[in-house]
Write a protein that binds this ligand. Structure first.
Ligand code: HAM
Length: 422
């Protein structure tokens, strides 16, 4: 049997997994500073949640969901994103009864049946943040500042923030009708994907990557010019607060994003070095989603960062994102009576919080010393039969080559003192 991992998935191997742990720690630190608490929702949900939440005419719902009937004949979907599940959990667990806005973050795998390529996977990891229960533009800005601070704390540089406002149910329909009318006149010139989109959701055409479609939409009226006074004022305040905080951003009037739940502010953060899949995060306001999911109206805003792409961007920048940990020491033995002593010493030291390695292959002392050097340990304890007869062991410091004899009972005190002195 030669089973390989499914297309579009990755194994995170030792070494790389330490990078992920580093980034996960940064997530927790930054969310703590901004006052967000972790929420963990299931990896699968009822399909209806995503159909209604994300929108039936979006690419995700139309062709990218991992949907199956479970043994109870329910339609289940592996979550393609975290916002709809968080809103569901907010309502189901009555988090609205607690002080608002609810400030929540999550981290975990998401699943989309996309065509895999560098930076685009079928199982990928997101860190996301949602603030539910306030329409304050200060929160839109917080959602842009938080990922920026997060990227910086991971050592990433050279990213760009793109923002736009796509209006609300009051002003967007007029804009949508204008686009539909304009696009319909040259319908057959658009790619087949867009031809389907024009009737159902013409704003999605703005997202098309085809150069021909981009050319066709070159001179369309801009959504920013069709905002109602309230949306216009909201966007002006967002920009004002971004300026106040000296955040660099680009207004990109063609940024629409691939979910139907967005209202007003949308944004995306990109890194040029990533090529085609250059968005390392994105988000926006979704003031209608809570009501769409069956709750009382509650404005909300959030974002998600793609962690796989962040890792790629950090690799491209040859970022030294963490100092590799190394074992404190190595306990060498010669088999026979020395082995149980070594096992006991190793266990006692580990209980004291030291990282201690030993030999599991009954190798010679020379080979064991080679391992200790490869691990770059500080010290090696050599448990020899002769010394053991006097209740002693040999302690060798690898950097200096110095050796000393230590009483068996004093090993812990000796090594712990040494570590504290470092
Ligand atoms: P999204 O833009 O679909 O937004 O995903 C956020 C980020 O996840 C993207 O910028 C990208 O870095 C990463 N990502 C998306 N798809 C893939 C993939 N197939 N492979 C690797 N990385 C990927 C959302 O998911 C919204 N829920 C964000 C949000 C939260 N809006 C409001 N609250």
């Amino acid at each position: 049997m030669n089973v390989r991992r499914p297309r579009g998935t990755n194994d995170i191997l030792p070494g790389a997994s330490e990078h992920w742990q580093f980034v996960e720690q940064k997530i927790r630190d930054i969310c703590h500073n901004f006052g967000y608490q972790e929420i963990r929702t299931p990896i699968f949900e009822h399909t209806e949640l995503f159909e209604r939440g994300i929108g039936e005419t979006t690419d995700i719902v139309e062709k990218e969901m991992y949907t199956f009937q479970d043994r109870g004949d329910r339609s289940i979907t592996l979550r393609p994103e975290g916002t709809a599940p968080v809103v569901r959990a907010f309502l189901e667990n009555k988090l609205y009864a607690q002080p608002l806005p609810a400030k929540l973050y999550y981290f975990g795998p998401m699943f989309r049946y996309e065509k895999p390529q560098a930076g685009r996977y079928r199982q990928f990891y997101q860190f996301g943040v949602e603030a539910i229960g306030s329409a304050d533009p200060a929160l839109d800005v917080e959602m842009i500042v938080l990922p920026i601070e997060f990227y910086k704390s991971c050592g990433l540089s050279g990213f760009q923030v793109h923002i736009n406002s796509i209006g609300c149910p009051t002003c967007r329909p007029t804009y949508r009708d204008t686009l539909r009318k304009m696009f319909s006149e040259k319908l057959d010139q658009f790619c087949s994907n867009c031809q389907g989109r024009i009737e159902r959701n013409p704003l999605r055409v703005l997202d098309c990557k085809s150069p021909k479609c981009q050319e066709l939409i070159d001179d369309i009226p801009l959504v920013l010019d069709s905002l109602c006074p309230e949306c216009s004022e909201h966007f002006a305040q967002v920009r004002q607060y971004l300026d106040l905080l000296e955040i660099d951003y680009i207004i990109n009037p063609k940024l629409v994003r691939g979910f139907d739940y967005y209202t007003r502010t949308v944004f995306e953060i990109t890194v040029a070095s990533l090529g085609a899949q250059n968005a390392i995060g994105g988000g926006g306001r979704y003031d209608g989603l809570v009501e769409e999911c069956g709750g009382n109206p509650a404005p909300a805003v959030g974002f998600a960062v793609g962690l796989d792409r962040l890792m790629l961007a950090l690799e491209n920048q040859e970022s030294q994102i963490f100092t590799p940990r190394k074992p404190d020491g190595f306990v060498a033995h010669f088999g026979g009576v020395t082995k149980p002593v070594a096992i006991k010493v190793v266990n006692d030291l580990r209980k004291q919080g030291l990282w201690v390695e030993m030999d599991y292959l009954d190798r010679s002392l020379k080979a064991q010393m080679k391992s200790a050097n490869r691990f770059n340990c500080n010290w090696v304890l050599i448990i020899g039969e002769d010394e053991l007869a006097d209740n002693k062991v040999k302690l060798r410091w690898l950097a200096s080559g110095e050796e000393e004899e230590v009483e068996l009972d004093n090993i812990q005190v000796r090594l712990l003192n040494e570590r504290e002195g470092q």
